[in-house]
Design a protein around this ligand. Structure first.
Ligand code: C2E
Ligand code: CA
Ligand code: CA
Length: 715
């Protein structure tokens, strides 16, 4: 493009001839016609200046002697104007000039003098040469302008780039740095120039000789080098995280260009994200992931220091009740409050995490003795258990704490966590508001529990569970009242596992909720299967565990299954233990009310073993009392137990409740019960739990005489 422009200018080059005498002009015109230029002839100095303003003139042939304005004056004015300052002038004169005049002419900017008459050939050559010269000057001017433009452009790119840019020579010294680079290092560009690049980096990238550095090695191999995690050291000694990219410049430069990208914002963001990922949004404590990282780090530290390490697992007692009754906002408020209280008990460097729900965990580093952990546990329990006001409502929660020490109770994060969790359960079992250390026997139990839990999960999937049915008999007539469904687990290796072993586990692991649904479904299905063999009032009793009883959707679930299978709710009885009723008075009352509304009967299981059995009778509407097996087993020998049994029988009669004596094994026991007018019995004397098929064949009316007499039958 530049070339095309130059070509055009070659065509446009104008030769201006100035002479006041028309004949001179004419002869000049004739002489110069047909040349490689555009000829313009004017007859005065003024006209010449006018033409010079309007056109690009390559060369002026200027007559010296002219009226008004002579050639010298024209030349002087031309030189005063930037546009024509360098336009070449040849003075033409008819008379020989004095040396003075000639010198004056040159001083005014003439490039040559010609005396008339002159040799046209010489004149044309001269003109040619001068125009050529002028063209070159023009081209040069243009190139210079372009170069200046390009340089200014490059400079503005470098000056305005947001990245720091340096050129570093093969000697490791900075040859060039842009303002951003200087800004990043808090110094001036001049200070940077000539300094060694490595002195501006932080370890490890600043270590060693330049020639051994990766920058130099890559440059030598003519390769680019990128460093994502470098840090610059500002003049004030501060650290600026940067990403560096270094690329070799073309060979003869013997240098590299280094770009530095400020990563402060990105790295801050990273740090923020990381901290978000490890903190619990509600309390600001660590979350499960954060806890894991903290414990890993603490274990590593303890390995080195040889000091003690303990993990405290804290679970709130009674949180669920508050959360359910006062709403989640209040629950959240309580959790935040507790988090604050716990924090206040700990040293600033102890890690504290919320593991979800109402479970908290603290890590004690550099512990002197395990007793220190116990002391803290006591403090934590005490702190949390104060009465507090939430949105104007007074509440009290408690806390149970399990403690596991490293490395005795577990060597890994998971191991320690499990141990502390176990110990916490132990504390809860022992009656809450306590702490417990994890002990070796707990360890053994933990292992078998784990195995059991694992096989229970697969048992649910493979349906290794089944129900057996134990008959309940009216003592006066021998008529069948109904069956209690009892759960059995047929373990592929261990054989039949008793419910006292696995039901508590199912409860702890909450697997009972999954299995509970199955029990309802299966029991009701098999009760329907029995319909054709028995009267309509045959009752099916289903056991409901405390956890199941505490589930808000219990009634809905039951109703759905009853409707699906079309069983009359009156044919169903739900057995609840005193333990289940103990949870929370209001919720329990509501749950029982809903169940009765549904139309199912309610029995209290193991009646008489709890602390406030009589209170339940006052608060709750019930249908049936089941006298605990232990009273029956002992009543013939112990007058106290006998008194309890007969009292319960009287109580039931007076309150219009059915009473069932459980665990009747002998005829003597039965006779005693008949004598004391107990209405219903259940026990091995009649039958243990029977498989569904056997239960169907059970007589609707029992012939006592036909019963094989057993004093203590095998289970
Ligand atoms: P429970 O509800 O008190 O059940 C009665 C227990 O006494 C049953 O033990 C039964 O086999 C046993 N039994 C019955 N008659 C006699 C007897 O004459 N002598 C003796 N020594 N024992 C007798 P099992 O089946 O081992 O159940 C134990 C506990 O497991 C039950 O106590 C109940 O609390 C729980 N359970 C059983 N099945 C289920 C179930 O399907 N769901 C729930 N949630 N819990 C269940
Ligand atoms: Ca029962
Ligand atoms: Ca019972």
């Amino acid at each position: 493009m530049v070339q095309a422009q130059l070509m055009q200018e070659r065509i446009r080059q104008t030769l201006l001839v100035v002479d006041d005498r028309p004949d001179n002009l004419e002869s000049m015109e004739a002489l110069l016609d047909g040349g490689d230029w555009l000829l313009r002839c004017v007859d005065s100095g003024e006209a010449a200046l006018q033409c010079l303003l309007e056109e690009d003139v390559g060369l002026v042939l200027l007559d010296v002697q002219m009226p008004h304005m002579d050639g010298f004056e024209v030349a002087r004015l031309m030189r005063g104007n930037p546009r024509t300052r360098f336009t070449p002038i040849i003075f033409v004169s008819a008379i020989a000039q004095s040396e003075d005049a000639v010198l004056k002419g040159y001083a005014r900017g003439a490039v040559d003098f010609m005396l008339k008459p002159f040799d046209p050939k010489v004149l044309r050559r001269k003109i040619h040469a001068l125009l050529e010269h002028e063209r070159h000057r023009h081209e040069l001017l243009q190139l210079t302008r372009q170069l200046d433009g390009a340089r200014a452009f490059n400079a503005s790119v470098l000056d305005n780039a947001a990245e720091g840019i340096m050129v570093v020579g093969e000697d490791g010294l900075i040859r060039f740095a842009n303002p951003t680079m200087a800004q990043m290092l808090c110094c001036s560009v001049a200070e940077l120039q000539g300094s060694a690049m490595l002195t501006h980096l932080l370890a490890p990238h600043s270590d060693g000789e330049w020639q051994q550095s990766e920058f130099y090695r890559h440059w030598q191999r003519n390769q680019s080098y990128r460093l994502h995690d470098a840090s610059l050291r500002t003049r004030g000694g501060e650290c600026v995280p940067v990403a560096l990219s270094c690329s070799p410049l073309p060979g003869e430069q013997r240098a590299m260009v280094v770009l530095a990208l400020d990563m402060s914002v990105v790295r801050n963001l990273h740090a923020q994200l990381e901290s978000l990922a490890v903190t619990d949004a509600l309390t600001g404590l660590l979350n499960r992931r954060g806890f894991q990282q903290a414990l890993e780090a603490a274990i590593a530290r303890t390995e080195r220091s040889g000091q003690g390490l303990a993990v405290l697992y804290l679970d709130l007692d009674g949180f669920k009740r508050i959360n359910d009754s006062l709403g989640h906002d209040t629950g959240d408020l309580l959790l935040r409050r507790v988090a604050e209280q716990l924090k206040a008990c700990l040293r600033t460097y102890d890690a504290l995490a919320r593991m979800g729900g109402d479970e908290f965990i603290a890590i004690f580093d550099s512990l002197g003795h395990p007793e220190d952990a116990a002391r803290v546990a006591e403090k934590l329990i005490e702190q949390v258990s104060v009465r507090q006001s939430l949105n104007g409502i007074e509440v009290t929660v408690g806390a149970s704490v399990g403690i596991a020490c490293y490395p005795e109770c577990g060597q890994t994060v998971d191991g320690l966590l499990r141990a502390a969790d176990m110990a916490m359960y132990e504390a809860k079992r022992a009656g809450r508001q306590q702490y417990r250390f994890f002990s070796p026997e707990m360890n053994g139990r933990a292992r078998s529990r784990l195995m059991l839990e694992e096989s229970m999960r697969s048992a649910i999937e493979q349906e290794d569970f089944f129900l057996v049915y134990q008959p309940q008999i009216h003592l006066d007539s021998g008529r069948l009242r109904g069956f209690e469904a009892l759960l059995r687990w047929q373990h592929p290796v261990a054989g039949t596992v008793a419910p006292n072993v696995f039901i508590p586990l199912l409860e702890e692991t909450r697997l009972i909720n999954r299995l509970g649904d199955w029990i309802f479904r299966k029991g009701i299905e098999q009760r329907i299967g029995m319909s054709q063999y028995f009267a309509d009032d045959l009752v099916l009793s289903l056991n409901v565990s405390p956890v199941q009883f505490g589930m808000p959707q219990l009634v809905d679930d039951l109703q759905r299954i009853l409707e699906q299978q079309q069983l009359n709710p009156a044919q169903l009885e739900v057995e609840v233990t005193e333990g289940a009723l103990m949870q929370d008075l209001e919720t329990t009352r509501e749950q029982l009310r809903q169940l009765r509304l549904l139309g199912v009967k309610i029995a209290i299981d193991d009646f008489g073993t709890g602390y406030s059995s009589l209170a339940y009778l006052r608060h709750f509407e019930l249908d049936t009392l089941k006298i605990d097996r232990l009273f029956i087993a002992n009543m013939l020998d112990s007058p106290r137990d006998a008194a309890v049994v007969s009292t319960i029988i009287d109580l039931g009669r007076n309150l219009g409740l059915e009473v069932i004596a459980e665990g009747v094994e002998t005829l003597a026991q039965r006779d005693w019960l008949v004598e004391h007018r107990c209405p219903i019995m259940q026990g091995f004397l009649v039958a243990p739990g029977l498989a569904a098929a056997d239960a169907q064949r059970f007589p609707a009316q029992l012939d006592w005489e036909a019963l094989p007499l057993r004093s203590k039958p095998a289970h």
